[in-house]
Unconditional design. Structure first.
Length: 100
């Protein structure tokens, strides 16, 4: 089980360093540019949302984690609640997955 507090801290760092984007439109834009290394979906996202992002992750061969609530993810990144986050930096992805 991943340490959720640690993950949220990492998302905060990633957001400040502009190595992560949050929200559907920002994640879709990053996907179109092939910049996404890792997707993180909120555990309280809708079933439809989870299915959509699971399919996207499989199609693009991108790892997908389910962690934290939308409000916690948003707070960690200095934003309103977000259901989906894309990590755009390979080193950040590796650090997060190494701790999984």
């Amino acid at each position: 089980m991943m340490d959720e507090k640690w993950l949220l801290t990492m998302l905060g760092f990633a957001a400040k360093a502009r190595k992560a984007v949050a929200g559907e439109s920002n994640v879709e834009a990053a996907l179109k540019k092939d910049k996404v290394e890792l997707l993180i979906i909120a555990v309280d996202a809708s079933a439809k949302n989870k299915e959509h992002w699971q399919r996207v992750a499989e199609e693009k061969n991108i790892p997908l984690l389910a962690a934290a609530a939308q409000t916690e993810i948003g707070l960690a990144m200095g934003l309103s609640p977000r259901a989906i986050v894309a990590v755009t930096d390979r080193q950040m992805k590796e650090a997060i997955l190494a701790r999984k």
